[in-house]
Design a binder for this molecule. Sequence first.
Ligand SMILES: Cc1ncc(COP(=O)(O)O)c(C=O)c1O
Length: 420
Amino acid sequence: MKDNLNHRRDFLRKLIAGTAATLAVPATVLAETPEPVVPPVDASDEKYWEMIRRQFAMPPNLVMMNAANLCPPPYPVMQVVQQTLNDLGKDVSFQFRDKFDVIRQTSLQKLSAYLGVGQDEVCITRNTSEGNNIIVNGFDFKAGDEVLLWTENHPSNHEAWEHRAKRLGFTVKKISLPAHPASKEEIIQLFDKAMTARTRMVAFSHISNHNAIVIPAREICAIARSRNILTHVDGAQSFGFMDLGLKDLGCDSYSGSMHKWLMGPFENGVLYVRKEVLSRLWPQIISAGWEGVNQKADPWLGIVGQRNEATPAAIPECIDFHLAIGKKTVEDRVRHLNRQLRARLQERIPGVKFVSPEPLTANITLFNVPNQSDKVVYDRLYADYGIASASMGAVRLSPTIYNTMAEIERVVEAVAKING
Ligand SMILES: Cc1ncc(COP(=O)(O)O)c(C=O)c1O
């Protein structure tokens, strides 16, 4: 593949020459697929994961270890986005764009199968923030009603509720967990005790992006359902990582972003709403394509007017890529990488402190080292070693399936050197 500079020179040369070829978008803009993705014969074989790593455009000098924030999409997804954008640059007729309606239905079918729910219960959003806000602003809660939140919730599932409560007069109550809960049973009990006769909704992050704790969602949703209380699960950190079935999870709604663990096209999300509660939820945006019938989540809640169709066009490829590896294999690998990372940090850096106890975490590793602040570690990891992380009072590393064991070692060595 020619590099971008050569490609631009070619393009300019043709432009100056004024040939008809100027109008055609050169194919070199498209990324390459190095080899087909197949299910692993042996998921413990590092060679398989090295092959997965080659499906991504990250150059060898960069290590992306911040899946909790944003993941690059693999080549097959990038190809569809780039090809679609190129095609739209040539033809925006209604006739050409008819195909996007078909792709949307295919996407809904694949997303709903992936989540184990009905096709009518899923809508495509732009991200988790949008999904959360559809829930926050869609119910008619009133004075006297209580909404129960976890203090660790993301602002789109926290401040958004407080703001709504100011307008409608309902009460927001918050559960805070001890820094190191003894067990998941302790978490379940705290949620259980906080639900009262006035509680109408329990809304929480499935996994906190701040302390990495996994909330026992299934148990909490079952308690809430038995008391006729709605549940909303913010799945930003579980969607695309956990091998989930939402009927089994038992929530009333669930939101996620495709550009995180699912490694999908940027700025696409999913919102699941259980069929039985869909009719209680008012839509926030009504535009062309909205059907006024609250039987299907997508036209009822997911229509926002004209979008950049190049990105949702790649949703089917993104799900296919993920399923070719396998949902369980993905979850197992991500857990394995995090366990290894934690164990190696512990061995290599005396005095390293982890934010949350290991049995309650899964896909996110948060820690502080004794000799440097998290901000210094975060800055130097990228500036000196090309490693993307996050800093939030602790260093956050969130490896996923495109990270290899060699990269885990690289990161641990880099942190050890920065610590001094
Ligand atoms: C728990 C949680 N909810 C919501 C979001 C927002 O995601 P997005 O920016 O894709 O809407 C994040 C982002 O990190 C998150 O961690």
